[in-house]
Design a protein around this ligand. Structure first.
Ligand SMILES: Nc1nc2c(ncn2[C@@H]2O[C@H](COP(=O)(O)OP(=O)(O)O)[C@@H](O)[C@H]2O)c(=O)[nH]1
Ligand SMILES: [Mg+2]
Length: 225
């Protein structure tokens, strides 16, 4: 076709999930009350105010789908969003403001731990980290818990529009250095901004890859990759 460029060289053509519909399905206080679903699920977690709800809206290109709050610690429910009636995005309560649980679990709710460890259709978790901050103990504690449980995750460094590339990269490098004390491999990560859409195609591509791997609902929720 005239004017249509083919992808250069040997670069793979990105597969982008097309989000045709995004529908809020409900909020639930614990795993037991979450609706059983055979749809693959992807969760977002991070400190209160890190930008979880904004990221869901950015991914879905739907302002107001998830409630964005100026007040930290408001959402203490597991919020479900059905995407294309084919997979779920799950907005988990932020840690850091929940009641203190067992020490080794860090400062996040037991029902969140329960969801992450025992939700059978959970394919992956995005752990959001504020790119404006130097490494925070709460985040590292949470990731230590994830690693200890054998739960796979992708780190999303949020709010990159608020600082220079150099400053964000310095914080990210410092965080990854601390991560290497927890786990030998450098975890996969994405840089994101809900304001300018950075990271959207990368995250959707990661979701697409997980969906395409065709594992459907894993038998053991702790073995997804
Ligand atoms: N500049 C900027 N602000 C953001 C971004 N993401 C979230 N925010 C702001 O950060 C605050 C908390 O966002 P929210 O999505 O409610 O965080 P949550 O508590 O993790 O769900 C709100 O005032 C958002 O407008 C971002 O990518 N860039
Ligand atoms: Mg929120």
């Amino acid at each position: 076709m005239p004017g249509k460029k083919s992808p250069p060289g040997n670069l793979p053509t990105a597969r982008i999930v097309n989000i045709a519909s995004a529908v809020f399905k409900g909020s639930h206080p614990d795993l037991a009350s979450c609706p059983k679903s055979s749809l693959p699920e992807f969760a977002l977690i991070g400190r209160s105010n890190v930008g979880k709800s904004s990221l869901i809206n950015m991914l879905a290109r739907s302002e107001g789908l998830a409630k964005v709050s100026q007040i930290p610690g408001k959402t203490q429910l597991i919020n479900f969003f059905a995407i294309n009636n084919a997979w779920n995005l799950v907005d988990l309560p932020g840690y850091g403001f929940a009641k203190v649980g067992k020490k080794e679990r860090g400062n996040f709710s037991e029902f969140v731990a329960d969801y992450l460890r025992h939700r059978p259709n959970l394919l992956g978790t995005f752990v959001l980290i504020d790119s404006r901050l130097s490494p925070q103990r709460l985040d590292l504690e949470f990731l230590l818990w994830m690693v200890g449980c054998g739960l796979a995750f992708i780190i999303v460094f949020t709010k990159t529009d608020t600082l220079s590339k150099k400053a964000a990269q310095a914080n990210i490098d410092a965080f990854l250095t601390r991560m290497r004390e927890i786990t030998e491999e450098t975890p996969p990560y994405v840089m994101s901004s809900s304001k300018d859409g950075q990271g959207r195609s990368e995250m959707l591509d990661l979701i697409d890859s997980a969906l395409l791997e065709g594992r459907g609902v894993p038998e053991d929720p702790e073995t997804f990759a």
